[in-house]
Design a protein around this ligand. Structure first.
Ligand code: NAD
Length: 297
């Protein structure tokens, strides 16, 4: 292997340490803890795990965690009433409604009900708009985490060719926007892109956010490229094992022979997402209290 392994786990641990220190400072100055409310509707096992680990991480960073669980058949009115209460609760700085919601609930209308200044997931159209026009708001956690890893590794991204594979509202589009803001030359590739290997070959920076196991091959990469693998895919179990391996959207072993630096899966982008959620929550808290946001966040 020639590529540097970008250690997202270690980077995320450092970010969480900084958040912890700044959260203590916030508590001293504001006379209360910063608070994150997480809303879970229904009993989806994966969502329960995510909500549990977000709550634990919030408390570990010295912030208050408020978990709200509604039954799977909760009505839109019930959920909107809860969001409304959280919007006006001064001890709540960030509100996160765990997705996916049960099918009878319209995700976009629920997200639109969250106050944009408490929308620490950055999914509200106001925050998407702010990102698009360069105003400060909240940026979705996963792409912001990718951006932190990229600038840590590369410094100034001006003029670099970046290819983002995937155009979802939560990863691909905000990722492309962040890269554009950093003066990269950005291409967004997607399921209808012609000659994807040829497009990727131009890139100094590749961000893969597709959800297809090991799709990006070594021969697609420009030698020395920096590769950020957002994908989390579980392979079918091998005979004699219960669970299949977790892999990204990039064929890690072969790509490591060509890339300059690459994030592993697991241990790359994944750990950044919760760390950035904590960071966004604390930023919301400082803003909500009218205090200057610490520069190390
Ligand atoms: P999505 O399904 O919303 O979007 C996938 C995108 O990939 C689409 O825009 C589609 O156009 C594109 N695509 C599909 N097939 C393609 C192909 N053959 N060639 C090129 N592009 C193709 O997914 P998402 O929510 O953006 O997530 C993408 C991946 O990232 C998933 O594996 C998801 O699990 C993972 N993810 C990880 C984290 C994390 O914390 N690490 C967070 C969010 C998502």
């Amino acid at each position: 292997m020639t590529a540097t392994r970008i250690d997202g786990k270690a980077f995320a641990a450092q970010l969480r340490d900084r958040v912890g220190k700044d959260a203590a400072e916030f508590e001293t100055r504001a006379g209360r803890k910063a608070g994150l409310a997480v809303v879970l509707v229904g009993e989806d096992p994966a969502s329960q795990v995510y909500v549990g680990s977000k709550g634990k991480a919030t408390v570990a960073a010295g912030m208050a965690s408020f978990e709200h669980k509604l039954p799977a058949d909760a009505s839109a009115e019930d959920l909107l009433a809860l969001v409304d209460r959280l919007n006006s609760d001064p001890s709540v700085d960030g509100i996160l409604v765990q997705l996916p919601l049960p099918g009878h609930l319209d995700e976009q209308s629920i997200i639109s009900a969250i106050s944009p200044d408490k929308d620490v997931d950055g999914f509200h159209v106001i925050n998407a708009g702010r990102l698009s026009v360069g105003q400060s708001g909240f940026v979705p956690c996963t792409p912001l985490g990718c951006m932190m890893l990229l600038t840590d590794r590369l410094g100034d991204l001006s003029g670099l060719e970046a290819v983002v594979i995937g155009r979802s509202n939560i990863v691909g589009k905000p990722m492309a926007q962040l890269l554009l803001d950093a003066n990269a030359t950005v291409t967004i590739a997607h399921s209808r892109t012609k000659d994807l290997p040829g497009v990727v070959k131009r890139a100094d920076i590749v961000v893969a956010a597709v959800g297809r196991p090991e799709m990006v091959k070594a021969e697609w990469l420009k030698p020395g490229a920096t590769v950020i693998d957002v994908g989390i895919n579980r392979l079918p179990p091998e005979p004699g094992t219960e669970k299949g391996r977790l892999v990204g959207d990039v064929a890690f072993d072969e790509a490591s022979e060509i890339a300059g630096a690459i994030t592993p899966v697991p241990g790359g982008v994944g750990p950044m997402t919760i760390a950035v959620l904590l960071r966004n929550t604390l930023v919301a808290a400082y803003r909500n209290e009218g205090l200057d946001v610490p520069e190390d966040l």
